[in-house]
Design a protein around this ligand. Structure first.
Ligand SMILES: NC(=O)C1=CN([C@@H]2O[C@H](COP(=O)(O)OP(=O)(O)OC[C@H]3O[C@@H](n4cnc5c(N)ncnc54)[C@H](O)[C@@H]3O)[C@@H](O)[C@H]2O)C=CC1
Ligand SMILES: O=C(O)C(=O)Cc1ccc(O)cc1
Length: 298
């Protein structure tokens, strides 16, 4: 048995999916859910995702072997504060948040240093749905999980978190915190921002009903992620502000360039751009894993 008592703070899509598989693969003896929404936590017990729950964070973590934080990024600092008085030095703290620099920063604010047993992590798969009822077994089979241990992180804690993810079928890599946030700003945070922005722009147009009713598959592909949880994406944009602004500025400049080519009838430049993009997309699609929710390539 890898973990005696696992505490999942935020039993939603991600926390619930990890809990389901941790149990299925016999990695945990007991799973305690913790969060703010009692109805969701009760549902988690009914579904067998957790064994019991509490809304009191200190109570939840006091005898935990591992705490998995799977709440929106904006909640992390107050969660660290709430767990601090009850944490044992042997308890491993890990998370599933989409941004990693803010986890380290929040931990330093609360604990005065990066705790040796903090192993920041990010599973790079999910869906646009939220809540425990959206969680499912197998979400992380063959999916990538990035661990971002710091210099202070105890390698044994990292090994245990790695074993949890590999135990539920994920492929685990380690990467630096800052590098993680830069890469994910480009491949995940920017596309979500663009999808939200486009849908909002079109929804505010006079003929929006007609626009949406005649939308083809391409529009659905591009905007599925705009149905994601607004609170979660609000928090991601502010906690990864610097990296997102950098890549957004780059993209804005390239959009202006596209506009310029169209307005000046520069057919050659537009064609070159589209050909380059197509060959890059064709090349990268061979390394995507198609056919499962959350891979962004359905
Ligand atoms: N949705 C996705 O596809 C992915 C999400 N993530 C990250 O995982 C985390 C959780 O996301 P989801 O499971 O999708 O969200 P979710 O909305 O399905 O679940 C989040 C849970 O956290 C609870 N919660 C909210 N505020 C809280 C607080 N202050 N204290 C305790 N619990 C609180 C909510 O009640 C909910 O049960 C986020 O940090 C997100 O960035 C990471 C990878 C993929
Ligand atoms: O629904 C999708 O396609 C996603 O991109 C899910 C997702 C959302 C946030 C993450 O940090 C990682 C994956």
């Amino acid at each position: 048995m890898l973990i005696n008592r696992l505490v999942v703070i935020g039993v939603g899509l991600i926390g619930g999916s990890v809990a389901r598989d941790a149990r299925k693969f016999g990695l945990v003896k007991e799973i305690i859910g913790c969060g703010r929404g009692e109805a969701n936590l009760q549902k988690a017990v009914e579904l067998g995702v957790v064994d019991s729950y509490t809304t009191d964070v200190a109570d939840a973590v006091k005898d935990a072997d591992m705490v998995l934080m799977a709440a929106p990024m904006g909640a992390f600092e107050s969660l660290f504060r709430a767990m601090k008085p009850a944490l044992s030095p042997n308890t491993i703290i890990t998370d599933a948040g989409s941004v990693k620099g803010c986890v380290v920063d929040d931990a330093i604010k609360v604990f005065g240093e990066v705790p040796a047993n903090l192993v920041p992590a990010h599973p790079i798969a999910g869906t646009e749905k939220s809540g425990v009822e959206a969680s499912f077994e197998g979400l992380y089979r063959d999916r990538r999980v990035l661990l971002t241990p710091t210099e202070q992180t105890d390698p044994q804690a990292t090994a245990k978190v790695r074993a949890l993810w590999t135990g539920i079928g994920a492929r685990v890599d380690e990467i630096g915190v800052e590098h993680h946030d830069k890469v994910l700003a480009a491949t995940s945070h920017l596309p979500h921002l663009l999808a939200y922005g486009l849908v909002d722009t079109l929804a505010r147009m006079d003929d929006s009903r007609e626009i949406f009713s005649y939308a083809a598959g391409g529009f659905r592909d591009f905007t599925r992620i705009a149905a994601s949880d607004p609170q979660m994406w609000h928090d991601i944009n502010f906690t990864n502000r610097k990296a997102i602004l950098e890549v957004l500025d780059l993209y804005r400049a390239d959009l202006d360039q596209l506009r310029h080519w169209i307005s000046t009838d520069d057919s050659e430049s537009l064609m070159t751009c589209f050909k380059n993009a197509k060959s890059a997309r064709d090349h990268f699609s061979s390394i995507f894993h198609a056919g499962k929710p959350g891979d962004g390539d359905e």
